[in-house]
Design a protein around this ligand. Structure first.
Ligand code: PEP
Ligand code: MN
Length: 368
């Protein structure tokens, strides 16, 4: 994906960070236009509103459908904003393009489904190069934390000739109680940035949080992590919103949040960060060397186990080791959960090394 173009074809100079705001759903012409006007007065140039809503349960508000398209076109004319809406099928794409819209996002549930993504890509490929060049598509992360699925969705659109692409981190579903509606996993968008350095990445604090009071903190965090922008749900009367009421904020509150965002580039101030970065580099090298030493010992243990016919995995030893290390880590203020994840990754690799060792010595590979 080498030849990506800047987002939003017609706009030459983008605000950075890019701020997109608007209601979860366009509910009526009146609500859509009134919210857009207040947002435009707050300086917002990009307006979001869903008209086809992917809801988990039937019977919840599933959007107004195609009749909302003309309201979004009015937002463009009356408020001078660029409207974006969600598309999830070729039919959505075609009717939105016919109405005169060209900027879209793909929702998390759609990104998760390669069949749906390919159908949208095939429909896009049928348009002329000129139309495809006018289209911008932002792809939300899939529901589950799978960077390949996210990249795959982007690649399908790229292969269909779409060059104005962006990504949105909206967090991931998880089972059980959590502070967040969709847990953020920052390492995933960071990996996406490493893999596709030219791709703009936005954060959606509204769908991560699921509640108003976390939105400001998450927005600041996203800017500090060098995201290119944020997309926030804002409704003129959040409490009576037909979808996602608890996470929507008024245009006034949105303006306060945007005004309080930290200055850009605080993460690129090479001068003041340089000594810390050098220290981090040194520590990382030490960690790598230590891990290599640990694996070597593990391999030697593996050889002894093999000679004595001891099984590779010994659950009692592993559980005892884990408990002791987690306790030790806690004493020096390391999070137990972090320690558990690190230890289980190291253990998994040790087991792999020992099993590999086993295989190569008995030449199992030759039996394939
Ligand atoms: C939305 O943006 O309103 C939406 C449905 O989001 P997601 O796909 O992130 O759930
Ligand atoms: Mn929503």
């Amino acid at each position: 994906m080498e030849n990506l173009k800047p987002l939003f074809g017609s706009i030459k100079q983008l605000q950075r960070p890019l701020i997109i705001a608007g209601p979860c759903s366009a509910e009526s012409r009146e609500q859509t236009l009134a919210t857009a006007l207040e947002l435009a007065q707050a300086g917002i140039k990009f307006f979001r509103a869903g008209i086809w809503k992917p809801r988990t349960k039937p019977g919840s508000f599933e959007g107004v459908g195609a009749r909302g398209l003309s309201w979004l076109v009015e937002v463009k004319k009356e408020c001078g904003m660029t409207p974006l809406t969600e598309i999830a099928s070729p039919a959505h794409l075609r009717s939105a393009l016919r109405a005169g819209l060209s900027d879209f996002w793909i929702g998390a549930r759609t990104t998760t489904n390669p069949f749906a993504m390919q159908e949208i890509a095939d429909a896009l490929a049928d348009y002329s190069a000129e139309v495809r060049d006018s289209i911008t598509i932002l792809v939300k992360n899939p529901v589950n934390p799978d960077v390949e699925l996210w990249i795959g969705a982007l690649q399908r659109l790229y292969a269909a000739g779409i060059r104005r692409l962006g990504a949105i981190h909206r967090g991931f579903s998880s089972y059980g109680e959590s502070l967040y509606r969709n847990r953020p996993v920052w390492s995933i968008p960071i990996e996406l940035r490493r893999r596709l350095p030219n791709l703009p990445i936005l954060c959606d604090p509204s769908h991560i949080a699921g509640r108003r009071d976390l939105i400001e903190k998450l927005s600041i965090q996203a800017i500090e992590l060098n995201f290119d922008g944020i997309i926030i749900e804002s409704h003129r009367e959040p409490d009576v919103a037909l979808s996602d009421a608890s996470q929507q904020i008024t245009p006034l509150r949105l303006k306060q949040i945007v005004d309080n965002l930290p200055p850009l580039g605080i993460c690129t101030d090479g001068e003041s960060l340089a000594p810390f970065r050098e220290e981090i580099d040194r520590i990382d090298s030490e960690l790598i060397a230590l891990l290599a030493r640990r694996m070597k010992v593990s391999k030697e243990i593996g050889e002894i186990k093999k000679r004595r016919n001891i099984p590779v995995i010994q659950p009692e030893r592993y559980n005892a080791l884990m408990a002791r290390r987690v306790e030790e880590a806690q004493e020096i203020s390391l999070s137990p959960d972090f320690m558990r994840r690190i230890l289980s990754a190291i253990h998994e690799e040790s087991v792999r090394v020992q099993i590999e060792n086993d295989k190569s010595e008995s030449n199992i590979n030759n039996l394939d």
